[in-house]
Write a protein that binds this ligand. Structure first.
Ligand code: PMP
Length: 393
């Protein structure tokens, strides 16, 4: 049987990690992988997570199964973090999932179950896992234009032109904030216009929010989701705790499905059913830590303070890089780096330029020229700025 298996395409980012490890140059710089790193290159365990883990170790009496949907307290805490009361509890169905990836997967499966013919509209570009999972599930996909290669901002007119083609019941996948891989985001009036389009067409929004707190702050980053949630009758939200709690390997996420109160119970039951079919009980450790942090005022305050340090640190690096490039190039054409939000920016370089950054300068980024701002520090920013100009970007 296994003779029938074909090699699967290698994950480009994992491939890049391998290349980086094998590079003997001491001054190499990794801007590829999508995890937050501090100025020393470490992805730290956050203080509040450590404190909650200590408490948990002391108080946890059993590791027996939780509920199929995860703990109700976790689901409530996540709904509060993302939606902040903009939606009544009678509309909210929610399950714990293994990370934001698990939430996306379960959301797609829910769509396939409810409306097998639905097309899922995805931004061009989007997080590659969206595409591979949709493809694996055999679902219909339609790209909508998103990134303006010239300005490196959102090409909103093109996006709306493409989305004018959605059918009632189609799903429009949006990034809640800190768009991956571009770093370019919708403004609030643009979210408003998208909400109007969705209302008019009867399409269902699905919002993937994997970086809440990494852009403009916890509330500002959720403003688009909250606006959509308050206006549209049915909404899917895939949330990840990997980045904002720094608990990547704990696999902590949530899928929230908003519906009419009359449909809530069957929606909730379907989410639990999908968990049962795919992995039964969702992981609990990370979800429990998140619940403890969000429900304990002291832990929450410390988590928010540290998350804010992380966010402001990345913003400062963006400012520094944009300024350095302005000074070296004598132009404002890199101003978009300071406008982008989150960990990523798409530079808009050619694959050849990305390759030259790697071979000639030991600077690693994804082939589409996505760079991870958190891979920099104040000393490496000028090195990157000089290399960017040296390869002719
Ligand atoms: N969505 C997007 C857009 C992401 O960038 C990520 C993280 N790379 C995720 C979802 C989910 O991440 P995780 O499964 O690690 O929580």
């Amino acid at each position: 049987m296994f003779a029938n298996l074909k090699p699967q395409p290698a994950d480009k980012i994992l491939q890049l990690i391998g290349q980086f490890k094998a590079d003997p140059r001491a001054d190499k710089i990794d801007l590829g992988v999508g995890v937050y790193k501090d100025a020393t290159g470490l992805t730290p365990v956050m203080r509040a997570v450590k404190a909650a883990e200590k408490q948990l170790w002391e108080t946890e009496k059993t590791k027996a199964y939780t509920g199929l949907a995860g703990e109700p307290e976790y689901n409530a805490a996540m709904a509060e973090l993302v939606l902040a009361g903009t939606v009544g509890a009678d509309r909210i169905a929610s399950v714990a999932t293994p990370g934001g990836t698990g939430a996306c997967r379960q959301a797609f499966e829910l769509v396939r179950l409810a409306n097998p013919g639905a097309a899922v509209w995805v931004s061009d570009p989007t997080w590659p896992n969206h595409l591979t999972i949709l493809n694996y599930l055999g679902m219909q996909m339609r790209p909508y234009r998103y990134f303006d290669a010239e300005t490196r901002g959102v090409d909103f007119a093109a996006m709306m032109e493409d989305l004018a083609g959605v059918q009632a019941g189609d799903v429009v996948l949006l990034h809640g904030c800190c768009h991956n891989p571009t770093g370019a985001n919708l403004t609030l009036p643009e979210w408003q216009a998208v909400a109007e389009l969705l209302e008019r067409t009867g399409a269902i929004p699905m919002i993937d929010i994997a970086y809440q707190g990494f852009g403009d702050g916890l509330d500002a980053d959720a403003a688009g989701v909250r606006l959509i949630a308050g206006r549209l009758p049915e909404v899917l939200i895939a949330a990840s705790c990997s980045k904002n709690f720094g608990i990547y390997r704990e696999r902590t996420g949530a899928l929230i499905a908003l519906s009419d109160p009359a449909r809530r119970e069957v929606t909730q039951g379907t989410l639990a059913f999908l968990n049962r079919q795919n992995y039964s009980f969702p992981p609990d450790h990370g979800a429990r830590l998140v619940t403890m942090i969000l429900s304990d005022p002291a832990l929450r305050a410390d988590w928010q303070a540290e998350l804010e340090e992380v966010r402001l640190g990345m913003l400062a690096l963006r400012e520094q890089l944009a300024q350095e490039l302005r000074a070296l190039s004598g132009s404002d054409r890199f101003g978009f780096i300071a406008q982008h939000r989150g960990m990523f920016s798409r530079l808009g370089a050619s694959p050849e330029q990305v390759e030259r950054l790697r071979t000639e300068h030991g600077i690693y980024m994804v082939g589409d020229s996505r760079l991870n701002i958190a891979g920099l520090n104040t000393k490496t920013v000028p090195i990157l700025a000089r290399a960017i100009l040296a390869v002719g970007i």
